[in-house]
Design a protein around this ligand. Structure first.
Ligand SMILES: [Zn+2]
Length: 286
C-alpha cells in the first residue's frame, strides 16, 4: 500500500504533469469505486485541473473547484500514461477502477489488483466531505506538528504503539510499512504501550518518525509513479525483510503475523533480544 511518501510523490508528479490540462473523459471500471452520487463524473469534462494535494494517504485533484479524491487502499495504484489507450474499459473485467483522460492524450488509470476491493474515489465540492479525510489526525510532517503535540497524543493511551502510529485518526499518512521502520529507528517494541513511554523514548520516537518520513519523502520525490513501489521496498530496513540481517546489529529480522497483516522488527534493537510471540504461529499450532 502506498503511504505518505509515495502518495506525496504521486501528488508532486500530478502537480507537475496534470495541472493546467483539461479533463476530457472519466470512466469507471466499476460503479462501486465512486462513493458519491452528486456531482456525476461527467461534471469534470471540459474542466481544468487546478491543483493536486495530499491529505494523509488520500490524493485530492482539484478540477475547477470539484475535487476528485481517491485512496489507493491495499492493492491500488496509479498508472500514468503519456498516451492513453483509445479502447474503453470493460466494466467488471478490468483491473482499472477509474480512468481519467486529459486533453494532450495523457492521463491515468487507478488500478486495483486482487479480489478484495478497497479503492475508493469521491467527487465533492469540499474535501472534508470525504469522511476518511475529515477524520484524519495531524500530519506528522506538518510544520505545526511538534514533539509536544505528539506527546499529548500518546499520553494516557493504553494502546500498542504500532497500532497507534498507523491509525489514520491519530496520525495521517503512516501505514504498516513506515510504522515498522519508525519503531526500528526508535529502538522501540511495536507492542510497547503508548502511555508507558518515557520522555526520552517519546523524544526518540518523534525524531525517528520525522527522520524516517522525511528521508522517504525525499527518496520518493521526483520518481515516476511506476518506480515508486520498488523505491519504497528498497528503502526498507526491516519491513518486509523477515530472515534478513538487521542493518544495525546483524541479528535476523523477525516477524509477527496477524490475520491480515505482518509486522517486522529486530529483537536485539527493539525488544532487548526477546522475540515477540507470533500469534499467527501459535494459532497455527493449536
Ligand atoms: Zn538490529
Amino acid at each position: 500500500m502506498p503511504e505518505m511518501p509515495e502518495v506525496q510523490a504521486l501528488v508532486d508528479f500530478l502537480t507537475h504533469r496534470a495541472v493546467g490540462r483539461i479533463v476530457t473523459d472519466v470512466e469507471l471500471g466499476s460503479v462501486a469505486v465512486l462513493k458519491t452520487f452528486d456531482p456525476p463524473p461527467d461534471a469534470l469534462l471540459g474542466r481544468p485541473v487546478d491543483g493536486a494535494q495530499r491529505h494523509g494517504k488520500f490524493v485530492d485533484l482539484d478540477v475547477d473547484g470539484t475535487h476528485l479524491v481517491f485512496h489507493l487502499a491495499r492493492a491500488g495504484w496509479l498508472r500514468w500514461s503519456e498516451a492513453m489507450p483509445t479502447s474503453r474499459i470493460r466494466p467488471g473485467r478490468s483491473p482499472v477502477a477509474l480512468r481519467v483522460r486529459l486533453d494532450d492524450g495523457s492521463g491515468f488509470d487507478l488500478t486495483e489488483a486482487g479480489t478484495r476491493k478497497g479503492l475508493a474515489a469521491y467527487l465533492v465540492s469540499e474535501v472534508t466531505q470525504v469522511p476518511g479525510v475529515a477524520a484524519l489526525g495531524p500530519d506528522p510532517l506538518a510544520a505545526t506538528f511538534t514533539r509536544e503535540e505528539f506527546a499529548a497524543i500518546l499520553e494516557g493511551r493504553r494502546t500498542q504503539i504500532k497500532g497507534l502510529l498507523r491509525d489514520q485518526k491519530v496520525l495521517a499518512g503512516v501505514g504498516n510499512a513506515y510504522s515498522d521502520e519508525i519503531l526500528h529507528a526508535a529502538r522501540l517494541s511495536p507492542f510497547a504501550l503508548a502511555a508507558s513511554l518515557t520522555s526520552v523514548q517519546v523524544d526518540d520516537l518523534y525524531a525517528a518518525m520525522q527522520q524516517t518520513l522525511t528521508q522517504a519523502v525525499d527518496a520518493a520525490s521526483g520518481k515516476p509513479a511506476k518506480e515508486l513501489k520498488d523505491a519504497k521496498r528498497s528503502g526498507m530496513r526491516v519491513h518486509g525483510r523477515t530472515g534478513e540481517p538487521c542493518p544495525v546489529c546483524a541479528d535476523i529480522v523477525r516477524e509477527v503475523r496477524f490475520a491480515d497483516s505482518t509486522l517486522q522488527y529486530c529483537a536485539t534493537c527493539q525488544t532487548k533480544g526477546k522475540p515477540l510471540a507470533d500469534r499467527g504461529m501459535s494459532r497455527l499450532l493449536k
